[in-house]
Write a protein that binds this ligand. Structure first.
Ligand code: ASP
Length: 309
């Protein structure tokens, strides 16, 4: 029988045990649980992997805890510019948006690009025009306001530096969200959404919306969603590299993902992690940082919600 499964992440980084309050830890775990269960229910009811990953990512976007949607970090201009991508592995259909503002669920806009336009990737003003044509209502800046993130930005706003999402150590934690799933038909899909980096400017785009970099799905190999310092992940073409190792070298999902996260991307000093599934429902969740918010559930009854190594 076909195994179906889902894995989600809420970012990787210097998540050191004991440094987070028990209360906050419980809040993160609860948010991960809600998102995982909603996605898993879609699969259990015979729904598609693309619906499952969109469902989970939307819930993570709606939580202020993660750097995506509602919880997106501040740019150098004090705004929120979000990136998202979605892909399905049967026909290699994909959609992505970058530098969008005021959109509550960028992952759904990415899906609309995939299904309702001839294009794959829309950015900035053009993506916003497309959203308006699709009748998206825009949230005002109050919706995205978060005191913690505002303070992070105030701390570096007058400098040239930009920073990954808040952490105990500066530059230590990434709060991008993502989901990968394998459904009862053995079709796989991946979705990723992010607010990018605090104080980013010049239209900076990270790995998350780039097909084959922060997000990729192909039934022949794997579905992958990444989190980490986008610049390194772009240079490492991470998600597609995992797929290539499986397709051309015959590596298993787990070995391919490990090779990329714990060797190849480390060689260029890239920090972060990824989640992956294959069309048999196998899962993997490697990261080379101290922690990664993650949760998984399979039809074989395996499940967990984890933060640390
Ligand atoms: N990969 C994201 C970016 O560089 C950041 C993250 O994973 O939190 O935009």
């Amino acid at each position: 029988m076909q195994t179906f499964s889902i894995v989600i992440h809420g970012g990787a980084g210097t998540l050191v045990k004991g440094l987070m309050t028990k209360k906050l830890e419980a809040e993160y775990k609860e948010a991960l649980k809600v998102a995982r269960e909603a996605g898993f229910d879609v699969l259990k009811n015979g729904g598609s992997s693309i619906d499952a990953v969109e469902t989970s990512v939307k819930l993570l976007e709606n939580s202020p805890l993660f750097n995506a949607g509602k919880g997106s970090v501040f740019t150098a201009e004090g705004t929120h510019e979000m990136d998202a991508a979605i892909m399905e592995g049967k026909h290699l259909e994909a959609g992505a948006v970058s530098l969008v503002t005021g959109i509550k669920n960028p992952v759904s806009l990415a899906r609309d690009v995939m299904e309702k336009s001839y294009h794959v990737f829309l950015a900035g003003e053009g993506a916003m025009k497309f959203a308006k044509e699709q009748n998206y209502t825009l949230e005002n800046s109050d919706y995205f306001y978060d005191e913690v993130r505002y303070k992070q930005w105030q701390g570096i706003k007058d400098s040239d530096s930009f920073q990954l999402d808040h952490s105990v150590k500066k530059d230590g934690k990434f709060g991008t969200v993502g989901a990968v799933a394998c459904d009862q038909n053995g079709n796989i899909a991946a979705a990723t959404s992010t607010g990018g980096m605090t104080n980013k400017k010049w239209g900076r785009v990270g790995d998350s919306p780039m097909i084959g970099v922060g997000n990729y799905a192909n039934n022949k190999t794997c579905a992958v969603s990444c989190t980490g310092s986008g610049e390194f992940f772009i240079r490492g073409v991470v998600a597609y590299d995992v797929s290539c190792l499986m397709e051309y070298k015959g590596l298993s999902l787990e070995d391919a993902a490990n090779e990329v996260i714990n060797k190849r991307i480390l060689e260029i000093k890239g920090d972060g992690g990824l989640i992956g599934v294959d069309a048999k429902g196998h899962i993997t969740m490697p990261f080379n940082t101290e922690g990664m918010y993650r949760a998984y559930k399979t039809s074989e009854g395996k499940e967990d919600i984890l933060i640390y190594k």
